[in-house]
Design a protein around this ligand. Structure first.
Ligand code: PMP
Ligand code: GLU
Length: 404
């Protein structure tokens, strides 16, 4: 029978970040000398306390369906962790809905709040899945380009220029994938006030909140007043700061009514999150030992960020990059590197992989192919070797008349 995609998938494109990581793994498995700085996944093992809690949960028989919104110990532990990060605000566990990774939380939030006829503003460059998720809701993503001189962030004026009567939401990501940029509390407050004025939902993806190079965790919607949280869904999870990508535990903090609808939605898709993984995540969010592990991992990301930035400044002084204040990405501009030749992100990454065996992600995946994303969530040694190769590649590309 002829296969025709349903109109639901009219805009569907598989995730480029996932595809690049799959390809890098395939090449490595085939014995090729490939360094994967493409995927955004911590190189660390899950903290031992969390893994042990997962094993213990399996052995205790926590292998049946769990409550659809998530087990109470996890919702409480996550609420506790969010409260500690948020200057004493009491985060209500009842408003937390746990899902299979924050990607599902994002999907649930968008599918619950947006539909045909609605548009959703997405500051750009943006993580690959945001526009795709909005399309899957049959709503319209509207990309709002950030200002290069401002870390590719958007201002209220930028948002206002792209708003019309169909605008129902905005998806914010801070610390940002792919740029590493971080919105200040004042900037978040201004965006929240603009959203309130125009009846716009704020989906605030704070999955990288703890991976912040300023003091404490990155500014959050939880730092604003209660009214701002009444029109927001905050996305959080275990994947990044807790090095638990494979456990697939994410969550949304939403107004009760919205959370109930999101939970009802997932009764028909995944039922809820993986039961033993929820116990592992509960241990992660409440254990002081894991907290110390997270601090160590963030310290390592900070060291790698400093190393990379110093090498770019010393060895590729003409190459523009966004100064990363959080997450584990460096976003740098490639379109001006090769004199007289038009080399965008896709071509740059293709040549780099072919000539130096380093996988990066072209900016086209995030909506702007003048740039490339490098993920420094790899070991110090791998980062050093990959940076040597990258600097060598950039230097050759920058020579006049090289064939590339
Ligand atoms: N948001 C952002 C910005 C991400 O980079 C990722 C990583 N894939 C996710 C959400 C989803 O993470 P997960 O589903 O593993 O919680
Ligand atoms: N968030 C990561 C990335 O941007 C993981 C892959 C994905 O889920 O997109 O590389």
């Amino acid at each position: 029978m002829t296969f025709r995609r349903s109109p639901n998938l009219e805009h569907l494109k598989a995730s480029e970040t996932v595809a690049i990581s799959t390809e890098a793994k395939r090449r490595k498995a085939a014995g090729e000398d490939v360094l994967d700085l493409g995927v955004g996944e911590p190189d660390f093992d899950t903290p031992a306390v969390a893994s042990a809690a997962g094993i213990d949960a399996i052995q205790r028989g926590c292998t049946r369906y769990a409550p659809n919104v998530g087990i109470a110990p996890l919702r409480n532990a996550m609420a506790g962790a969010l409260s500690r990060m948020s200057g004493g605000r009491v985060v209500d566990a009842e408003r937390i809905v746990v899902s299979n990774g924050s990607k599902q939380s994002l999907f649930n939030a968008c599918f619950t709040l947006f539909g045909p006829g609605n548009s959703v503003l997405i500051p750009s460059p943006a993580w690959v899945s945001y526009p795709q998720i909005v399309h899957l809701c049959r709503a319209r993503p509207v990309m709002v380009p950030g200002a290069a001189e401002w870390g590719l962030k958007v201002s209220v004026a930028d948002l206002e220029r792209h708003r019309d009567d169909s605008t129902r939401g905005i998806i914010l990501c801070s610390p940002c994938n792919p740029t590493g940029t971080v919105y200040t509390t004042a900037e978040l407050r201004a965006i929240a006030a603009w959203a309130a004025e125009h009846d716009v939902w704020v989906i605030s993806d704070e999955i990288y909140r703890r991976i912040h190079y300023g003091p404490g965790p990155a500014p959050s919607m939880f730092d604003l007043d209660d009214a701002a949280l009444e029109r927001s869904v905050v996305i959080y999870g275990a994947s990044k700061a807790y090095a638990m990508t494979g456990w697939r535990i994410g969550a949304a903090y939403a107004p009760l009514e919205v959370g109930r609808a999101m939970a009802a939605l997932q009764t028909h898709t995944t039922t809820g999150a993986n039961h033993p993984a929820m116990w592992a995540a509960a241990a992660a969010f409440e254990s002081p030992e894991v907290d110390a592990d997270v601090e160590r991992m963030v310290g390592a990301f900070r060291r790698r960020r400093d190393y990379l930035v110093a090498r770019f400044q010393d060895q590729a002084p003409g190459v523009e990059f966004v100064e990363p204040h959080g997450a584990f990405y460096l976003f740098f501009r490639v379109d001006g590197i090769a004199p007289g030749r038009e080399i965008g992100g896709a071509k740059f990454c293709e040549l780099l992989m072919a000539q130096e065996g380093v996988a990066l992600v072209p900016g086209s995946a995030f909506g702007d192919d003048r740039w490339v994303r490098l993920s420094y969530s790899v070991s110090d040694r791998e980062l050093e070797t990959a940076t040597d190769r990258l600097m060598h590649f950039i230097a050759r590309l920058a020579e006049p008349n090289t064939k590339g």
